[in-house]
Design a protein around this ligand. Structure first.
Ligand SMILES: NC(=O)c1ccc[n+]([C@@H]2O[C@H](COP(=O)([O-])OP(=O)(O)OC[C@H]3O[C@@H](n4cnc5c(N)ncnc54)[C@H](OP(=O)(O)O)[C@@H]3O)[C@@H](O)[C@H]2O)c1
Length: 279
């Protein structure tokens, strides 16, 4: 765990960067293109988007600019997208993958995820992801917002177990049991809304830990993710924050700090509940 290029080995041997840039709720356009480009220039190697974000075209443009100006090869980057709920189904999911690639202007993705566990649909979609993987069209496949019972249901018939589960995860939602299960199954946990969508940054306990380390609350949370073995993708479109969120490799949280942060858990979600969503 040395720098932004540090990776975690997924169960199929693929190396996934520990830290990446999220781009949820960033409209397609110049701000997005610049954010992706700037992130790559500052050393980010992982970008997380989804078909539902409606910004894959701009993400692709940002990637091409980042590759050029950052003097980086495509193979050094790790690009994730996700199949949306209305695209779940064998043929539909294959078609959705093609569409994401076309919009991004890429020949392959590093990681393709089922965005939400829509009952009665995610198993067929998983078969499509397995086909894409076996054909060598995607480097790794996984899921998002899957609870333990969703994972168990999926793995009952799966040929290939998911390599990643991307879920809401932050100090108010520490997902202990899910994390333990994923670890046992060799599924890498990845945090979305790691900063609780920005709502944790004025937390007094976190501020106190941050001032002790001479770091910001965002940096404390990102570091807590990494020390908990959780891959993380904080979102920002501002250059100074993109830099700040990745400047987490020069300090370490103590066991006491980690315990104190873990105790902030309230099983509190800012996003939808995977067991009770209607989209
Ligand atoms: N799989 C899923 O269902 C799912 C759901 C939600 C999100 N995600 C992914 O996870 C990524 C991250 O989650 P998120 O975007 O919801 O929330 P987040 O990363 O927890 O927080 C982002 C918010 O915090 C602000 N921020 C970022 N860094 C900051 C800093 N250093 N200081 C102060 N404010 C800061 C950002 O504002 P500025 O941009 O103005 O800096 C933005 O408002 C998403 O972008 C997306 O890629 C996935």
């Amino acid at each position: 765990m040395k720098n932004l290029k540090s990776t975690k080995t997924l169960h199929n041997g693929v190396e996934m960067p520990l830290l990446g840039l999220g781009v949820f709720r960033v409209e397609d356009g110049q701000e997005l293109i610049d954010a992706v480009k700037i992130a790559i220039k500052h050393g980010y190697r992982s970008i997380d988007t989804a078909s539902i974000y409606g910004n894959e075209v701009g993400v692709g443009q940002g990637i091409r600019k980042g590759i050029k100006e950052g003097n980086v090869a495509r193979e050094e980057l790790f690009i994730t997208s996700k199949v949306w709920n209305s695209e779940l189904g064998y043929e539909e999911t294959i078609a959705a993958y093609e569409e994401s690639l076309a919009k991004l202007g890429l020949e392959y993705l590093d990681l393709y995820l089922i965005h939400w566990p829509v009952e009665g649909k995610f198993k067929e979609a998983w078969k499509a992801l397995e086909t894409l993987y076996k054909e060598g069209r995607v480097k790794a496949i996984g899921v998002s917002n899957f609870q333990i019972h969703h994972l168990e249901e999926l793995m009952m018939d799966a040929e290939i177990n998911p390599m990643v589960n991307q879920v809401e995860y932050h100090p108010r939602l520490t997902q202990k049991e899910l994390q333990k299960f994923c670890k046992e199954q060799n599924i890498q946990l990845e945090a979305w809304s790691p900063l609780m969508a920005g709502q944790l940054l004025d937390n007094e306990e976190l501020q106190e830990i941050a001032s002790r380390h001479g770091k910001s609350v965002a940096q404390i949370i990102v570091r807590w993710d990494l020390q908990n073995d959780v891959i993380t993708i904080p979102k920002s479109t501002k250059e100074h924050r993109i830099i700040e969120n990745a400047d987490v490799f020069d300090f370490e949280l103590t066991k006491e700090d980690m315990d104190q942060i873990n105790q902030l858990n309230k099983n509190h979600r800012v996003g939808p509940d995977p067991d009770n969503f209607d989209f």
